[in-house]
Each structure stands twice: as structure tokens, then as C-alpha cells.
Design a protein around this ligand. Structure first.
Ligand SMILES: [Zn+2]
Length: 283
């Protein structure tokens, strides 16, 4: 392993040495480049920049999905989607959400927390972007810097919607999440599902383009996600391959979102844009 280029797969912990492309993080002082690797064992794609690095972190302060000016737009695009996730969570929890405690990881504009509050849930959040933290705190919510800072051991629901794949050390983060959860609690984690697409274009001789990989740390496969959850003490209850109520500003992707459930139905490969993983702490 020593001297061989690659990175440890955050999902299954194998050595991922399949070079797949390059990404770059846009920063005012110029881009930072990183390499994308594919894990041969679980198929997860990983880029090797340290997202905990303070210079790279600044990228998230200026990303299009954290800009205060974009808030109204994101509310339009995400509210129905979050409502669907809350509905799914209520179904799996098997009881009313009123009086439940919830932790939302990567709150952005606090949209999910507001919807949870309407359901009578006592919600707190985790967010790394200071400006967003301040805005959501002004609405009376508790917002933490890190997962580990959240209230202990009693969370009935933990949401990580389009945020978990930014976490640099997913094993450590999931262990921390598990430690915060009630024994009968529920984790709802939405992950982007693009590894199948990268596999396809690589078979056609292309590299994974920065534009397609974006600023994510991981593109998990179902196998990778399941291995990761199993080794951190979770039991997967169900994976949803449809993103109900999710709207996308780009026309082509919007069409894809609408066609994905059908394609998914007729194809053996899960080619949906995302997966919503519902998991519980293992007994
Ligand atoms: Zn792996």
C-alpha cells in the first residue's frame, strides 16, 4: 500500500486506488485541485482534499447553496421534498412526531427545522457556515458547529439531507450520530447517487469531470453506504430511490428527476439521482 497512489475509502475502509478524475474548489484566491478515486470494493467515489481544512472550508461560505440571496429560491425548490422526508420518517417511526427531539445536520437556511417545529418537534441543528448559523439562531433555533456538540443520547430523529457526503470522516461522524440517538431513534440520510454514472462514463473512456463531481467528498454506492452504516452500529431499514417533491432549477436534471423512477423500475442498476437511507441504531 505504501507509495501507491490513492486514498482510504471512507465507506468500506479499503484502499481506493482507481484514479477517476480531478475536482477543484473555487476560492477567491484561486482554485484548489484534488483527485477523485474509485474504491474497487464498494464502488464509492472519493476526492482526496481535506474538507476540514480551513482554506477549503471557506469555499462553503461562498457556495451557491449557502448564499443568503438564494434563500427564497431554495425554499421553493426544497420545501415539498423536505415535507416528503418528514412524512417518510413519521411512517417509519410509527408515531406522531409531536414532542420528538430531532437533530438536522447541515441545516443551511433552516427550512427543515421550521417544518419540524410546525409538527411539534423540538429541533436543533448543525451548520458550519457562520452566516447561516446566525440567521437561523435569530429565528430561535439552537445551532451547533459540530455534531458532537448536540444534546446527548435522546434524539428521536436525525436528518442528514444532502449534507452527509461532505463529511470528511464518515465513520467518526456516524459513530457520533449514533451516540446522540435514542435506542428507538431513526436516521434519515439523503445521499446523491451518481457513482453509476461515473462508472458508465469511465467505461466510455472519459474522466469524472469537476463539473459533475462538484464539491462533494463522497459519492456513495448502496454497497458503500450499507457497509459504512453496519460498521458504525446501524441497521438499514429501507432505501428510497425516489426523491418526491424535489425540484431542480436545471431543465435537463428536472426531466431526469421525473423520469428516474421509471428508469429505475425497468433497469437493474439503481440510476436514480439520490437515495434516502432510513436506518436505526442496531440492537
Ligand atoms: Zn469502499
Amino acid at each position: 500500500m505504501e507509495g501507491q497512489a490513492g486514498v482510504v475509502c471512507g465507506a468500506c475502509q479499503c484502499w481506493a486506488s482507481g484514479r477517476a478524475g480531478e475536482v477543484d474548489f473555487l476560492l477567491p484566491q484561486g482554485g484548489i485541485k484534488a483527485t477523485v478515486w474509485r474504491c474497487a470494493y464498494c464502488g464509492t467515489y472519493i476526492q482526496d482534499a481535506n474538507l476540514d481544512d480551513s482554506v477549503i472550508r471557506h469555499h462553503f461560505d461562498i457556495a451557491s447553496y449557502t448564499a443568503p440571496a438564494m434563500e427564497a429560491n431554495w425554499r421553493k425548490l426544497r420545501t415539498d421534498f423536505f415535507k416528503w422526508i418528514i412524512k417518510v420518517s413519521r411512517h417509519h417511526l410509527g408515531r406522531s412526531l409531536s414532542g420528538c427531539r430531532a437533530l438536522d445536520i447541515g441545516i443551511a437556511y433552516g427550512i427543515m427545522m421550521e417544518l419540524l417545529r410546525e409538527e411539534g418537534v423540538e429541533a436543533e441543528g448543525v451548520e458550519i457556515v457562520a452566516e447561516l448559523q446566525a440567521a437561523v439562531r435569530r429565528r430561535g433555533f439552537i445551532v451547533h458547529d459540530r455534531i458532537e456538540d448536540a444534546s446527548d443520547h435522546r434524539q428521536d430523529l436525525v436528518f442528514a439531507i444532502d449534507s452527509f457526503y461532505y463529511l470528511n470522516d464518515p465513520g467518526r461522524s456516524l459513530t457520533a450520530i449514533r451516540n446522540l440517538m435514542a435506542p428507538d431513534g431513526l436516521l434519515a440520510m439523503r445521499l446523491a447517487n451518481r457513482a453509476w454514472y461515473f462508472d458508465l462514463i469511465r467505461r466510455l473512456g472519459q474522466e469524472v469531470a469537476a463539473k459533475r463531481f462538484g464539491d462533494l467528498k463522497f459519492f456513495y454506492t448502496e454497497r458503500g453506504a450499507r457497509l459504512l452504516l453496519a460498521r458504525t452500529g446501524f441497521q438499514v431499514e429501507r432505501i428510497y430511490w425516489s426523491d418526491r417533491g424535489r425540484h431542480d432549477p436545471r431543465l435537463l436534471e428536472s426531466i431526469f428527476y421525473k423520469l428516474a423512477p421509471l428508469a429505475n423500475y425497468i433497469s437493474p442498476v439503481r440510476i436514480s439521482p439520490g437515495m434516502l437511507v432510513i436506518a436505526r441504531p442496531a440492537a
